[in-house]
Design a protein around this ligand. Sequence first.
Ligand code: CP
Length: 325
Amino acid sequence: MQTFLKGRDLIGDLDFSKEEVETVLEVAFDLKRKRALGEPHPYLRDKVLAMLFFFSSTRTRGSFEAGMAQLGGHGAFIESATTQIAHGDTAQEVGEIYGRYFDGIAIRHCDWLEGNKYINEVAKYSRVPVLNMQCDIYHPFQCLADLMTIMEKKGRDLRKKRIVVSWAYASSYLKPISVPQSLILQMPRFGMDVTLAYPKGFELMPDIVEQAQQEAKKAGTAFDIVNDMDEAMKGGDIIYAKSWGPLLTTADKVKGKEMQDSHKDWIMDGRRLKMANPDAIYMHPLPADRDIEVTTDVLTGPQSVVYDEAENRLHAQKAVMALTM
Ligand code: CP
């Protein structure tokens, strides 16, 4: 068990070794138990986390803010539009100055080809840990909560369990590619076989896919890519079907929407869930386009674990904050 993570950033999923992720999960399960028993756990008394948002959020904001309070500290919600960032404050200013006020800096910046660069630039100048609350490339805290949820439902030994990471149609907006990228990077390290499914044009970043394939090779797990949603379901133990934008093909919102609209049949429904293993679970980070991306009967049905998954954001994030700040 790796116990010294003080001062560490978490920006990309592979920033923490497998052993360090195992430590995070141990602590997360302990914190979940403590909260259930009403045991105080003020590991971050008097500490303050800056929570800088360039993009909207329901779960991430709520869970980081509640988590800091439960750890005896405070989460300061800062919306980028209310800062002087638009008037010239650079990532250097944010890193240097917030690093002197706060004990940690958490940032959500999902703009394509900008978010990850910005977070890394802040980290370069910050004297305190920088935590990625989602960027254009990674959503590491979602992925930790997902892994925790999968272990709760399928056991700690995940070897030979198959996770299906599938594209699904959505009409609301071009969703980031960070969730599927984080999943394919992290899950092979824990023994899971991966099936990645999407229609042509919805590819993920080639270097991320290559890294994921290398992780699978190291772990001795399978990694398949298919372009058929029905085929992807076969043998699935964990069905993680959600939408993402065709950002590697076009970042243009109108062209991207046209591409999405030509795949309305990629909906996660009961017929498809039946093609997976009988005890398969359904996962989605939320928000979902109901009855467009996933049917309500799947999203709220007995095989869905989406609310446990959302809850585990709280416990996983508290673990990382308690270990790093
Ligand atoms: N899953 C997730 O990150 O949710 P929010 O966008 O609401 O924070």
